[in-house]
Write a protein that binds this ligand. Sequence first.
Ligand code: 5GP
Ligand code: MN
Ligand code: MN
Length: 326
Amino acid sequence: AAANEFLNIVGLINESNKILVVGHIMPDGDDISSVLSLSMGLQKIGKEVVSAIDWKIPSYFNEIQEVSSIKTFEEAKDFNPDLIIIVDASSPDRVGRFSEILSKFKVVVIDHHGTNVFFGNYNWVDSSFGAAAQMILRLNKELGVKYDERLAHINLMGIETDTGFFKYSNADERVFRDAAELISLGARPDLIARMILENKKLEQFLLLSRMIEKLKLDCEGTLAYSYLSQEDYKEFNCSEEDSGGFVSEIRSIKGVEVAIFLSEFEKGEIHVSFRSKEWFDVSKVAVILGGGGHPRAAGATIKGNIEEIVEEVVRVTKSVLEGERK
Ligand code: 5GP
Ligand code: MN
Ligand code: MN
């Protein structure tokens, strides 16, 4: 079915002229890579393209100049496309306010989340891919897009970031083959790693100490969690985008299977990030809490008081973890 849907989508793109490419809220490297790589590919084959994400793009991506071409919801909402293509998003709530206009258009969803709810008219969903950017690479090639260095570099960013810089269990042979292909076309994995991992503001580095102070372990050291409130961010002169990567730090503790990091956003919503190391399916817990994701990386967004939500999330996670422990 996935192969059919892929060819249906290729056909749809070929017969469309104006295409809106939409990414997900709280955009990450795979999302930005997928939005830009698809948009650049479509432009190369002569389409009129608008790229948009209904969320502020974290400033460390600004080193990629093309990021400035991504429009806000307000800038994109009057475009009136023949086709909307949504990338790396598992459900309509993940596209922010674009969810309100989807019913007026033909919608294609391209995604690799096992929790995808097939909310497009056409859905190419394949959770065997480590990154949505790998799906875009295949789509671009099928559309006859010629890769230059810039497109190769941007396309690699998604594969590199969603595999944790090629170290997670989703970094399979196909990931390395796709990466090698893009590197041979001019992509620079070292520059991507440096831009994201070695580009911290001092304040952001110090903020980590607050997260560590608040760290708690439970379930005989297999569950570890921490959180940051708006006061914490303000005290360190930081904002919520400055805690990217903290949940992976928590997972890096010996013996920890499940790591949880909760972050209070300025709007008052709490974002929960889950990571697991070897066997626990965190996407199950995320789905219970109204979110989604992958077996080893998932998330949810919840409204309410941060301390209460920390307790609730830990309670739900513990009950699933204790029920499934090997
Ligand atoms: P992160 O913890 O980095 O924000 O997200 C980890 C994974 O969970 C990503 O694949 C992301 O798409 C998914 N995810 C994060 N937050 C949410 C959410 O609020 N809702 C849903 N459905 N998925 C989320
Ligand atoms: Mn993503
Ligand atoms: Mn992804």
